[in-house]
Design a protein around this ligand. Structure first.
Ligand code: KG4
Ligand code: ZN
Length: 332
């Protein structure tokens, strides 16, 4: 089955063609970062306008790269939520128009299910597995019992992990988005230079909290007499990153241990983080739990993951009416 995936929930306009939920024929991502950078975060108005300007050419490029035309496509999977409504609506409108004109089935996909489904493109994790979805908007732990069956174990009570990266980068004037910049700078720093707090005390639950850590970084900066010199930044960000990574690892393995899950899947933009990937894999070996982390370009927002998730429902013959609408909130 040939599925066209469309993703426009935040600041990436993306389209992909995936065969049988497994083979990526094309995966095109247009990042709007340069347009939001000077504002230090995503500006919803700008995001929807840029989606509008680019989506047709991105879909066209995805089809061309895959060497197919719309007549060959057998179903459309589009991100329905959660995300910015104005952004989601652009992808949904294009998807619905194609579905209507070509009389093909369409399914609305939960962005978080998309992130988790990215793993199936490269791996076959054993069920039930623990999925940690770490992105700019979410930090959530699920027990995935089988394809399409998700049990939410815990989530962040305040900031998402990616949001914490972005906010700390902003405190240090490092630019936007902060995750990838902190990842790079941390490689020159000492992770044990500063002891930042790890919010592990929410022990009885699988919830996360990162706002205290962000405040601890702010308080540390305020305690310095002057703004840190460029050569002092790597130690600060490496120590911050280590605190985030330690919490994510501890909580994920705690859940896997309690529920006796043989595998762990880590996905979402923050799963592109070098240190998180390294330490997750190390800990997996120590604990005898298989850890699966999709390739970088499949961890960050893309449409191939949406097509994979959609393929599952389309193959079952499920599809949505053309009245499907954007959902800014949509718990998985
Ligand atoms: O999944 P994603 O692309 O979009 C959302 O659904 O939010 O995640 C974006 C988030 C941003 O907060 C970004 O700073 C973070 O992922 N991120 C990273 C890295 N690459 C992206 N965080 C840490 N290390 C990275 N290498
Ligand atoms: Zn995402």
């Amino acid at each position: 089955m040939l599925v066209l995936g469309i993703e426009s929930s935040c600041d990436e306009t993306a389209a992909a063609v995936v065969k049988d939920g497994k083979v990526v024929l094309s995966n095109i991502v247009f990042s709007q970062i340069p347009f939001h950078q000077k504002f230090g975060g995503v500006v919803p108005e700008i995001a929807s306008r840029k989606h509008l300007e680019t989506i047709i050419s991105i879909v066209r490029e995805a089809l061309e790269r895959a060497g197919v035309s719309l007549k060959d496509i057998e179903g459309i999977a589009v991100t329905q939520g959660p995300g910015l409504v104005g952004s989601l609506l652009v992808g949904l409108s294009v998807a619905k128009a194609i579905a209507y004109v070509y009389q093909m089935p369409i399914v609305g996909i939960n962005h978080l299910e998309g992130h988790i489904s990215a793993v199936y493109l490269e791996y076959t994790p054993k069920y039930s597995f623990i999925a940690l979805v770490v992105s700019g908007g979410h930090t959530s732990l699920y027990q995935v019992q089988e394809r399409g069956s998700y049990r939410l174990l815990g989530q962040t009570r305040d900031d998402a992990a990616g949001e914490a990266f972005d906010k700390v980068a902003r405190l240090l004037n490092l630019g936007y988005p902060g995750g990838v910049i902190i990842d790079r700078l941390s490689q020159q720093g000492k992770a044990d230079a500063i002891q930042f707090p790890r919010a592990l005390s929410l022990k009885s639950s699988h919830d996360f909290s990162f706002s205290g850590l962000k405040t601890a970084v702010l308080n540390y900066l305020l305690s310095l007499k002057t703004f840190p010199e460029p050569d002092e930044i790597p130690d600060i960000v490496a120590s911050f990153q280590e605190a985030v990574v330690d919490v994510l690892i501890e909580k994920t393995f705690q859940a896997a241990g309690e529920l006796k899950c043989p595998s762990i899947v880590v996905t979402g933009g923050v799963a592109a983080n070098t240190r998180l990937r390294e330490k997750m894999e190390e800990r997996g070996k120590e604990d005898g739990i298989a850890v699966f982390i999709p390739s970088h370009n499949l961890c960050t927002d893309n449409a191939a993951m949406i097509a994979v998730a959609g393929n599952y429902y389309l193959e079952k013959g499920w599809h949505a009416p053309l009245s499907l609408n954007a959902l800014s909130r949509w718990p998985l």
